[in-house]
Design a protein around this ligand. Sequence first.
Ligand SMILES: Cc1ncc(COP(=O)(O)O)c(C=O)c1O
Length: 365
Amino acid sequence: MSSLSARLPAFPWDRLEPYKATAAAHAGGIVDLSVGTPVDPVPALVRRALTDAADSPGYPTVWGTPALRDAITGWCARRLGAEGVGHAHVLPVVGSKELVAWLPTQLGLGAGDRVAHPRLAYPTYEVGARAAGAEPVPYDDVTELDPAGLRLLWLNSPSNPTGRVLSADELRTAVAWARAHGVLLVSDECYLELGWDTEPVSVLHPDVCGGSYEGIVAVHSLSKRSNLAGYRAAFAVGDAAVLGDLLLLRKHGGMMTPAPVQAAAVAALGDDAHVAEQRARYAERRTALRGALEAYGLRIEHSEASLYLWATRDEPCWDTVGDLARHGVLVAPGEFYGEAGARFVRVAFTATDERVEAAVKRLAG
Ligand SMILES: Cc1ncc(COP(=O)(O)O)c(C=O)c1O
């Protein structure tokens, strides 16, 4: 029996362990900026919705409650400017990582099929392609891809790890190219509400897709915008035929969002105030860390959105990781996101104000 995991790349985070130990040995404790995990409280209205729905003895549905679908379509209209999104265009999913990792498999892709992803990227796009037995194809420019055998094209804007945002023009070009070649375009937009120097645009915006969702799907998550990474609440929106097919498969296979989490997601999607509050926290941390890193001699590239600063000292990333670890600050080596990141580090600003302040003081010497 051959194991599926044998197809997957090595799990790289183990290589960070010695640096983590160094950082943890700092007298003031570790400031862990290596992962983008939320640390602030789950908004009270979301917790209330979860507990109010705690008495949920029956099975939830894969497609979600009508209230959840309404919350998703309403949010798409309000926050993305998407027009005419109906329930048929919506699929709730259990976490977007899970969707990214299993979408190629659920689309029936396999040997001979190709899945394109940005050259510098969240590693799960490659993992998903490999898990299906398909070939991952990193790209710099969508229009230079060879469409032969290409079945799925991932976009990620704002980007993890670089924070780069694709303009409406770039998105339009990608959509036109994918449609012209019959390739399904899936845009991972989980940081869309976290733009700092620019306003990210969704692939679902009529200026990008022309008001039609044919051949395109956007993936969204409540993990970052609403501090709900622990709840596993995400959704896909777009081509009704593609999502209808996935819905059918998932009805057979399960993958239902738990009912209390569905109720919590309805509350989260209906409220923008907590998002504004959370954004304000991140904006302050970002400004403080950016200033400290630059004063320490790092250069920040892109980073106009998302929860990361993409930084370099024009040296191998592990040297930067090692140096910062000696100050008790742990960051992620850019190499984890592709060879093109070998001279960068990714600095998450998802730490508490107290930890961010500690990092800033240490970097100032
Ligand atoms: C680009 C990108 N997509 C998807 C995810 C997964 O988010 P979640 O599974 O919490 O929805 C992440 C998490 O960091 C991410 O950076």
